[in-house]
Design a protein around this ligand. Structure first.
Ligand SMILES: [Zn+2]
Length: 524
């Protein structure tokens, strides 16, 4: 072959590849019609959020949501539907009452909620407030002996700027750059850091030390304000820990910063403040958790599998609507669409709704280890070679604008073809070409697959009000979920799963990564 002929030959090959991956437009049209005209996606969200409530891993709400998903998937005709255990997880935690008040110098109701894995108050309590910001070891010394019987405000108060930006937005065309997700730099050349960085470990150690200190000092209730957010939107996660070996702090609550700041200003003026709380919270015994699994059995290649999923667990301040009832509902809706159309698919389709994502992708990591490979040994199990792809949805309610290939460049031309029927619905972009192929599991569950070299993909989504309002806040509720966006997500999810199930070959994958020896592994 002459050098002059080479570009023509390459062009011919890529044109062939494109033809092979051109989607079956008649089926894609049926999928779109089912997704938009017979949508059940908001019904899934309603049951997961309004009816069920929050789904903190191993709380009663997590269990009941899992049971509900099993029932719904079974009704839709999926097979092999079950709660698949993994573990150990640690303690479960839930709360059944929260009331907060300022009772002096004047009365005011307080907006907030308890932090996870902290105890209740054993009935209504009222006490004097003290401002004791604790950020360093020196602060522990400073407040020693001063906190007994007090309601302690342990975070620095935060100046609240005037809001000038709209809380929600979509990605601009410029932000939908083909190879770099907004705000992200190529990480191809970054070293694979430990899963838990030394700084993170230091923060956790200091949290545990502070919790032990506050308990030993006899603080009555500990009060936080969110690190971000304002206007009644309270961002908060955990105060204690699911690990039964970690110290249990006093009852802890997080308040909207305006209410928190008011108390701090009063105390700064030497005006005594009394606060009152009534919190009921329950721990359950340590135990295993579970992922919910279900299948649509394939035809002539049924031993090969296409997976889709999202995490079922959530935080507890709201109802975990955009994090991640939305992703769970989209995955449920995608398999409903595929079942409703009675599509005959070559490969088996398997949905997985994960537990323990918020505590470190625990459910998906355990599943990958049990079914596919452990990065420590990299001795793949037979199923490793039978998984074509995993598709994840976990960035809120915004419609899909494209898909990330997670450093798997060969997937890009395929996805470009598959996105074409969705360009008019705003999904146009293939991204993450410049990503390292096997990063430590982080961000969300598809990276658990990437870590062992399996093709795991995440969709690029419009941010909406995820980072300003809903992500891990008390306002992560049904009303923040956008029905039209959800239908678009479900249509694309169903189409990508269908295309993957019907493609001649399994999806291309990156070379199998090398084992990471035990001494380079981290604790979790
Ligand atoms: Zn999430």
């Amino acid at each position: 072959m002459t050098t002059r002929a080479l570009p023509i030959a390459l062009f011919a090959v890529s044109a062939l590849a494109r033809a092979a991956d051109a989607p079956d437009l008649a089926t894609i049209h049926r999928i779109k019609t089912e997704a938009f005209e017979n949508s059940k996606v908001m019904d899934h969200v309603f049951y997961l959020t309004d009816v069920n409530g929050p789904r903190l891993t191993n709380s009663p709400g997590f269990q009941s949501a899992g049971d509900w998903v099993v029932k719904r998937l079974t009704e839709y005709g999926l097979t092999n539907v079950h709660e698949e255990p993994w573990g150990p997880f640690g303690r479960g935690w839930s709360y059944t009452r929260f009331a907060g008040h300022m009772t002096a110098p004047v009365y005011a109701p307080l907006i907030g909620f308890p932090l996870a894995w902290t105890p209740g108050t054993s009935g209504p309590v009222e006490a004097e407030a003290i401002y004791a910001p604790i950020e360093t070891e020196a602060d522990l010394e400073k407040f020693k002996g001063k906190l007994r019987g007090k309601i302690v405000l342990t975070m620095k108060s935060r100046d609240l700027a005037m809001p000038t930006n709209p809380p929600g937005r979509r990605l601009t065309d410029a932000e939908l750059s083909p190879d770099i997700e907004p705000g992200r730099l190529p990480n191809l050349f970054r070293p694979i850091g430990p899963e838990r960085s030394p700084e993170m470990q230091k923060r956790l150690d200091f949290r545990n030390k502070t919790n032990q200190f506050l308990a030993d000092e006899g603080a009555f209730v500990v009060v936080h304000s969110g690190n971000i957010g304002d206007a009644g939107t309270v961002f908060g996660q955990q105060g204690g820990s699911e690990d039964p070996k970690d110290p249990v702090p006093p009852p802890m609550v997080v308040l909207t910063p305006e209410h928190y700041n008011r108390v701090v200003r009063l105390l700064d003026h030497k005006i005594p403040v009394k606060l009152a709380f009534d919190i009921q919270a329950q721990f359950t015994d340590p135990g295993d958790s579970f992922n919910v699994i279900g299948e649509i059995e394939g035809g002539r290649k049924k031993d090969e599998v296409v997976m889709l999923g999202a995490h079922l667990d959530s935080w507890h301040g709201g109802t975990g609507a955009t994090d991640n009832a939305t992703g769970s509902a989209v995955a449920i809706e995608a398999v409903r669409i595929l079942e409703a159309l009675h599509l005959k698919m070559d490969r088996t389709v398997r949905i997985a709704l994960w537990g323990g994502e918020e505590e470190g992708l625990l459910g998906s990591k355990a599943y990958v280890k049990q079914h596919f490979a452990d990065r420590q040994s990299m001795q793949p199990k037979p199923e490793y070679f039978k998984l074509s792809a995993y598709y994840n949805d976990d960035y809120g309610t915004g419609r899909f604008r494209g898909i990330g290939v997670a450093g798997n460049d060969e997937a890009a031309p395929i996805f470009e073809e598959w996105l074409k029927p969705f360009h008019d619905l705003g999904a146009t972009t293939v991204t993450h070409l410049t990503e390292r192929a096997n990063p430590r599991p982080n961000s969300t569950d598809h990276t658990s697959f990437n870590f062992v070299g399996l093709p795991g993909f995440d969709f690029v989504q419009d941010p909406m009000d995820y980072n300003t309002r809903t992500h891990h806040s008390n306002m992560d509720v049904y009303d923040r979920v956008q029905p039209g966006d959800m239908m678009q997500c479900a249509a694309i999810m169903a189409a990508f799963v269908y295309n993957t199930a019907m493609r001649t070959d399994m999806m291309p994958r990156v070379p199998m990564p090398k084992p990471i020896p035990a001494d380079k592994q981290t604790t979790k």
